[in-house]
Design a protein around this ligand. Structure first.
Ligand code: FEO
Length: 418
């Protein structure tokens, strides 16, 4: 059986799923698997668009042979050279010795670095170039750092298909589905789509913004990413998500409370704050233990919510290691534009609150550390519990301020359009 599906009249999905890989990039847990997408354009000339990871190479080549149905492969177009998509280039070139590679100059360089024999069988393309294969013309759009520097996006001018490389992808195997409208994406895929984007490409928001500007100039009917499902409806929905993530604008008014606790005292304080927030009407809350939550989930939720509360016990006169990892990951991924409340704890030399505030002020950009915080000594008591009310007020005020700023910016934009 083949895992082939038709995207448009002349375009076939020939990729496949990987459910055996535990860690994507050997770092991100993918309990629901991932797909490696490749597409085959059957025009007067045949064009295979990107390849797949080694893990599914055999099934992939079976799919390609099935769709070609005895025809030769004329071109292999590579938009992205990362091995989860490019590992099978060698196999395709060996199986189809007449196929010519199409790729950016950097991608060709990377192919050589990976040891692929590409001599005399490639065409380098750049921004503004296009190639016709019969009915279909593919236009090439450079999209550096989405997610590597060699990346191209390719646009089929006939059927208005954007081959978007890593952009608009998601974790979760396709499981036979092809289109995002075949699932309840908002309910079942959004969290994993966000976790995929924010951890893999989140660092390069300014580059993604540039790519989105270029895409904004195209009439797009289909988005074909390299992971996850194809978009042919509600394209504005996924574009809006990407605008938020790429500009580091929170998607939602809400609070991620991330706590590091050794014996439950800091956890109890975090839970108490969550209760107080709910009592105050702020119920859009995620309460996460940094020790048992993968940092990729924490990062995704950092991109989702407007407010963070970081609550950490002191450890070796420093921030608790798992909280420290989370802070460093936030910095590495350029997280910014969040209001942060801090709670620290310690028994004989509390240091965590002070060090977290210093990190946010000195190492990160545009993180608004709210003045209302809490320094616990070992455990929450009545006096500290009352002090916690000021954190709730600080969070409420910061949300109100953000709403007012958004409304002001919106009215300024409306005024500029008149
Ligand atoms: Fe899915 Fe950047 O590779």
């Amino acid at each position: 059986m083949y895992t082939v599906r038709k995207v448009t009249e002349d375009l076939y999905y020939v990729g496949g799923d990987d459910r055996r890989l535990a860690l994507f990039e050997n770092i991100f847990p993918i309990p629901e698997g991932v797909s490696y997408n490749s597409y085959l354009l059957m025009d007067e000339k045949t064009v295979l668009i990107d390849t797949v990871d080694w893990a599914i190479a055999r099934e992939y080549l079976t799919n390609v042979r099935h769709v070609l149905n005895g025809k030769d492969l004329d071109y292999l177009l590579i938009n992205h050279m990362e091995p989860d998509h490019a590992a099978s280039i060698d196999l395709v070139l060996k199986e189809y010795p007449n196929a010519t590679l199409i790729a950016s100059e950097k991608a060709i360089l990377f192919m050589r670095q990976f040891g692929f024999d590409v001599d005399d069988r490639y065409i380098e393309v750049k921004e503004g170039d296009s190639m016709s294969f019969g009915k279909h013309t593919l236009a090439f759009v450079e999209a550096p750092m989405v997610h590597w520097p060699e990346v191209l996006m390719t646009y089929d001018t006939k059927d208005k298909v954007l081959f978007s490389a890593d952009a608009f992808g998601s974790f979760i195997a396709n499981n036979g589905r092809l289109f995002a409208d075949e699932v309840d994406w908002d309910r079942d895929y959004l969290d994993e789509g966000r976790r995929y984007y924010t951890n893999i490409v989140g660092k390069y928001g300014t580059f993604v913004q540039k790519a989105l500007e270029k895409a904004g100039g195209l009439d797009i009917k289909y988005i074909c990413p390299l992971h996850g499902l194809v978009w042919r409806k509600d394209i504005g929905y996924i574009l809006d998500k990407y605008v938020h993530w790429a500009t580091y604008e929170p998607e939602e008014e809400g609070v991620l409370i991330a706590y590091a606790s050794m014996y439950g005292n800091t956890e109890y304080a975090a839970q108490t704050l969550a209760t107080k927030l709910c009592e105050a009407g702020i119920t859009n809350i995620s309460l996460r233990d940094v020790s048992s939550t993968d940092v990729s989930v924490l990062i995704a939720e950092t991109f989702k919510y407007s407010n963070l509360v970081l609550a950490s016990v002191t450890y070796n006169l420093n921030i608790y290691p798992k909280m420290n990892d989370f802070l460093n990951d936030m910095k590495a991924l350029n997280v910014s534009n969040r209001a942060v409340s801090i709670m620290g704890n310690g028994t004989w030399a509390p240091q965590a609150a002070e060090k977290m505030e210093k990190f946010l002020d000195e190492e990160m950009r545009l993180m608004d550390v709210l003045p209302e915080g809490l320094d616990l000594v070992s455990s929450l008591n009545d006096m500290k519990e009352k002090e916690m009310d000021s954190i709730v007020e600080g969070i409420k005020d910061s949300m109100k301020k953000r709403r007012e700023e958004k409304a002001k910016a919106k009215s300024q934009r409306a005024g500029a359009k008149k």
